[in-house]
Structure formats: C-alpha cells, structure tokens
Ligand binder design. Structure first.
Ligand SMILES: CC(C)(COP(=O)(O)OP(=O)(O)OC[C@H]1O[C@@H](n2cnc3c(N)ncnc32)[C@H](O)[C@@H]1OP(=O)(O)O)[C@@H](O)C(=O)NCCC(=O)NCCS
Length: 177
C-alpha cells in the first residue's frame, strides 16, 4: 500500500488548484479536443479522445510526489477549466506546463494559477527554480510566464509538437524563487 500523503490544494482569488481525479476525464477530453488548445503544447495529441484523458489520469498513480505535481484548475462556477503540471524532464530540473480551456482564455486565469503554483513550489515543495519551454508562436504563454516572473535564459531548441507531428522553434525561460 502506498503511504498516505496529503494532496496539496492551492487557493487563488478565482481558482482552486487540486489533485486530479478519475472523474475529471470527460471534462479534460472536452476541453483538450479543441485543436487550438493542443497546437501550442508539446504533449497533447490531436484528436484527443476520452481514452487519452483516462490514460493521462491513470499515469498519475505512479508519480513520485517529490518529483512531479499535477493540479486540476477548478473554477467555482465552471468546474474544471484547465490543468497545470510540474515535471522533471530532464531531472533534476523542474519544468512547468499548463493549458486552459478556450472559453476561459484572456481573463488572467492562467497568470493567477501559475503565480500561486510557483509560490507553493518554493514554499512547500522546496524548489529554488522552475523552468519553462514555450513555442516562439505562443505569445499568450510568453505573457503568462513574464507576468509570473520568468526570465529568458537565451536557450533555443526545436520542440516536438505531438498534435502537429513536427518540431517547432521554442525558447527557454526560468523562474528563480
Ligand atoms: C497560454 C494560455 C494558458 C494563456 O491562458 P490565459 O488565462 O488566457 O492567460 P492570461 O489571461 O493570464 O494572460 C494571457 C496574456 O497573453 C496576452 N496575449 C494573448 N494572446 C496574445 C497574442 N496573440 N499576442 C500577444 N499577447 C497575447 C494577453 O493579452 C494576456 O496578457 P495581458 O494580461 O498582459 O493582457 C492559454 O492561451 C492556453 O491554454 N493556450 C493553449 C495551451 C498552451 O499554449 N499552453 C502553454 C504551453 S507552453
């Protein structure tokens, strides 16, 4: 049996960041099946089926909570509106990734979620820095990262984008606690 560990909950003015549940699968599939959500992420496939959401949620069972953390973004009126993950690829660096359902874009929600998640990562998770990679063609994510306090590292790489089956130019950013 796995040892009991309390799952972190992060409250922001408009959102609750909580552990994902198997029952989130249908909602995740609905929001992620929008190509506009998938096309600027590295990992989301397209098309995105219920089975993809179920497999993603099942993969969370084996995560080491010292190395990775996943949060569903819950809105009191709308339910699950997006997702935010910390993962260690390549270890030991911690990288952040996120997506928000398209109906919720442009209201500052992801900036709010990322800012609060970084504070949690520094205060409760012992991280002194967090990395991010975002596509050159993703100015909205750049704005989120810059507003949350990320700096440009000067690193550039080609990132493989699963939904488009191609590698596209991206830049590295870093947040220092
Ligand atoms: C990136 C994403 C999470 C942003 O979420 P959001 O809640 O809309 O972000 P916010 O409202 O907090 O901030 C977005 C900022 O980008 C700006 N922005 C949006 N589109 C832009 C564009 N085409 N050019 C320049 N800036 C843009 C907004 O004006 C806003 O900045 P402001 O508050 O200074 O005006 C959302 O668009 C998304 O989920 N996209 C698909 C998935 C994705 O790309 N994930 C990130 C992978 S690195």
């Amino acid at each position: 049996m796995r040892p009991f560990r309390p799952e972190p909950v992060i409250e922001t003015p408009r959102l609750r960041l909580r552990a994902p549940r198997r029952s989130d699968a249908a909602r995740i599939a609905t929001l992620c099946s929008d190509f506009e959500v998938a096309r600027t992420t590295a990992r989301l496939p397209h098309p995105y089926a219920l089975a993809d959401a179920e497999a993603f949620l099942a993969s969370g069972d084996g995560l080491d909570p010292a190395r990775e953390a996943r949060f569903a973004l819950e809105h009191p009126a709308e339910g699950l509106v997006g997702f935010l993950s910390f993962f260690d690829e390549p270890a030991p660096a911690t990288e952040i990734g996120y997506w928000l359902g398209r109906p919720y874009w442009g209201a500052g929600l992801m900036t709010e979620a990322v800012t609060a998640a970084l504070a949690w990562a520094a205060r409760d998770w012992g991280r002194t820095y967090v990395r991010a990679w975002r596509l050159d063609e993703n100015p909205a994510s750049d704005a989120v990262l810059v507003k949350a306090g990320f700096l440009y590292t000067g690193e550039r790489r080609q990132t493989f984008v699963t939904s488009r089956g191609e590698a596209l130019p991206s830049r590295g950013q870093i947040w220092l606690a």
